[in-house]
Design a protein around this ligand. Sequence first.
Ligand SMILES: NC(=O)c1ccc[n+]([C@@H]2O[C@H](COP(=O)([O-])OP(=O)(O)OC[C@H]3O[C@@H](n4cnc5c(N)ncnc54)[C@H](OP(=O)(O)O)[C@@H]3O)[C@@H](O)[C@H]2O)c1
Length: 262
Amino acid sequence: MTVWNDQVIIVTGGSRGIGYETARCLVGAGARVLLVARDPVATANAAATLSQNGPGEAHGLAHTLTGCPEDGEAVCRAAFQQYGRITGLVNCAGGASVGTPLGLDWRRWQEDFTVKFWGYLSLMRAVVPYLRQVGGGAIVNVAGVTGKDPNPRLAAATTINGALRGLTKILADEVAPWQIRVVNVNPGATETALLLQMAEGYARLDQISPDQALVRMRQTPRGRLTRPEDIARLIRFLLSDEAGMITGTSVDIDGGIHRGPA
Ligand SMILES: NC(=O)c1ccc[n+]([C@@H]2O[C@H](COP(=O)([O-])OP(=O)(O)OC[C@H]3O[C@@H](n4cnc5c(N)ncnc54)[C@H](OP(=O)(O)O)[C@@H]3O)[C@@H](O)[C@H]2O)c1
């Protein structure tokens, strides 16, 4: 059984949305969490609220992921300085620009890759030596179901999530001898601030209103959007000892949107 108050977990993108709910779920179980996001006030406030509610605690680190290896190193160093050990990582900082392969602005392609592909890789590479120090641990990447079901209007997210699927598989093989697991979580459309940005993007592309775009996104087989707390509970499970045989794979959490082979 997982002893949560022994766990020290880095959650990037922890100031709001899926990352914040994940941090809340982990602190609620007793873990110590380092939240990482750009906005120093939002990050500090999120950490303070979580620590007040306990029983675990959270510390906020304002850091901008810029696509360099030094990002992961700086974040891991901060977590180690704060808590003296690291047992897990949740990569969740990122966005999803709306646009087709030809239509999406080059700068947005680069920005999305910088944060979500290079950012995730930088954290994964940096955390491995810390996980080895404590005899193993788990890495969960919040990817997205577009990595399995390509969405032409989410060109960058589709490409990044597909790349993360492949990377998760081969990294999981490489780190398995050190008792480290690597798993992707694939949300479908999820109720966060990012979803509203996506609805505005779809509305522009399709010349409909953002509300109409949201109605379309809500049409999942389950009849509702995924909620951040649905994903948070899944991530807590994947980080726990109960998930000890789950590695090198992707778990969809999308209310049944995914159409291809399971
Ligand atoms: N919502 C969905 O429908 C959905 C579906 C599939 C996958 N996902 C994926 O789930 C993850 C979380 O999405 P979300 O919906 O929770 O988004 P969100 O509510 O917009 O939260 C994004 C988080 O990432 C942080 N962040 C963004 N850029 C950053 C940077 N350069 N450096 C450090 N932190 C940064 C943000 O804080 P600051 O702005 O302060 O930096 C915030 O904490 C993303 O990878 C997204 O692609 C979301």
